[in-house]
Design a protein around this ligand. Structure first.
Ligand SMILES: Cc1ncc(COP(=O)(O)O)c(C=O)c1O
Length: 396
């Protein structure tokens, strides 16, 4: 009996660059206290008012099969939200509710890529991207965004690869792992490349409520892009509902119709009581979203003050999302070497930039997901260790 090539090669084989993370988790399991600044999980739970809505919906009987495309109320709410944000006319027929953004990413690539097609994505990238693309039988090809361009991807670099033939391009702004928000210029360049080379654009916007500087622009709103753009959204980050698994795809009606077929034959939708809770949360007003985002904005400000008083660790412009990307190249170490040393010496776990591709070599990603005082103390320790290494290097 043989397993499919697709499933056995999903992760691409070899090191996935997540060894530091696994090691930190093992240390914690062994009872060693580790300060974790690794994954994108809030340090608050889902708001009690959302849980109460979820409970009321479940107790009220919304526990059977829910409508596969999503319940009408939530599809309408998502459509209205996306329309208000982007100005693009959007109805429930443009919306499919999915079990989280991850499932939406998989569905979007399923809709746009045939087996063997090239699917482009930007490096540094959210760790699941290449596996998601392989999961639909397409071939993931990375286009690097460079540190010297503040990790804004260059249209010419994308065009260079797209000109060899590709079906889709996946972008993510606000970006995980860099915290960069793509500028209008970047997005307009991307849109032109998509039109020139007839690419589908899959726009992962799950951090759209976490913008600290600049503005979030959905590329679906750019001229002639609505017909070729699939937007991925999620309740996970905006409402601290990571475990509820509720997200969406917004795109052309025809694509959504096909994706409803896909959902019927794969997920069979999202539990009704979760959708009711999501609908409640999205209608609860901006305050709730701001409350969920506030700790990250606050910690980013704390980090910027701290980092301004030293000159070893560089901060990539932290414009959005719940992460800081730090440039550690002055230490002469790779991100992985620095992260391993930090874990061994100070029991602080961060993600090596190399966990997210080649472009963030010599960087580390710090998740701003622990209480302010602990976050600041960990960052100070990190900076002190970096300065020590770099001073020692200079003296050699
Ligand atoms: C960039 C990005 N996209 C998608 C996801 C998936 O989120 P979810 O499936 O919880 O909606 C994440 C989760 O961390 C992410 O960082």
């Amino acid at each position: 009996m043989q397993l499919s090539h697709r499933i056995t090669h999903l992760t691409g084989g070899g090191s996935d660059g997540w060894e530091v993370f696994y090691r930190a988790r093992q240390m914690k399991a062994d009872g060693i206290p580790v300060t974790e600044l690794t994954i994108g999980e809030h340090d608050i739970g889902t708001d009690p008012s959302i849980l109460a809505a979820m409970n009321a919906a479940a107790v009220g009987g919304h526990t059977g099969y829910a409508m596969v495309p999503g319940i009408d109320t939530l599809r309408d709410t998502v459509a209205a939200r996306v329309q208000a944000q982007s100005g693009v006319p959007t109805t429930r027929h443009n919306v499919l509710i999915t079990p989280g953004g991850q499932s939406a990413l998989f569905a979007a690539h399923n809709a746009t890529c045939n087996a063997g097609d090239t699917a482009l994505f930007i490096d540094p990238y959210y760790a699941t991207y290449p596996g998601t693309i392989r999961g639909v039988g397409a071939v993931p090809v990375a286009v690097q965004a460079h540190a010297d361009n503040a990790f804004q991807p260059r249209a010419a670099d994308i065009a260079g690869v797209a000109s060899k033939g590709a079906a889709s391009l996946l972008v993510n702004s606000p970006n995980n792992p860099t915290g960069v928000v793509y500028s209008r210029e970047t997005l307009e360049g991307i849109a032109e490349v998509c039109k020139t080379y007839d690419l589908w654009l899959i726009s992962d916007e799950v951090y759209d409520t976490q913008v600290w500087e600049g503005e979030h622009i959905s590329p679906r709103a750019l001229p002639d892009m609505a017909e070729r753009t699939l937007v991925v959204g999620s309740m996970s980050k905006s409402h601290a509902m990571t475990g509820s698994r509720c997200g969406w795809i917004v795109g052309p009606e025809e694509v959504i119709e096909h994706l409803i077929n896909l959902a019927t034959h794969t997920t069979y939708g999202v539990p009704g009581f979760i959708q009711d809770a999501a609908d409640f949360a999205l209608n609860a007003g901006d305050e709730l979203e701001k409350e969920v985002a506030a700790p990250f904005e606050r910690r980013r400000a704390l980090a910027r003050d701290l980092l301004a008083n030293q000159n070893t660790v560089g901060l990539v412009p932290a414009q959005g999302a719940m992460y800081l990307m730090l440039d550690m190249r002055a230490t002469g170490l790779s991100g992985e070497e620095f992260a391993n040393m930090l874990l061994d010496t100070h029991k602080i776990a961060v993600m090596p930039g190399e966990s997210f591709g080649q472009a963030a070599h010599g960087h580390i990603r710090v998740a701003m997901t622990i209480p302010d005082d602990q976050f600041l103390a960990a960052l100070k320790t990190l900076c002190d260790m970096a300065a020590e290494i770099s001073n020692k290097r200079a003296a050699e």
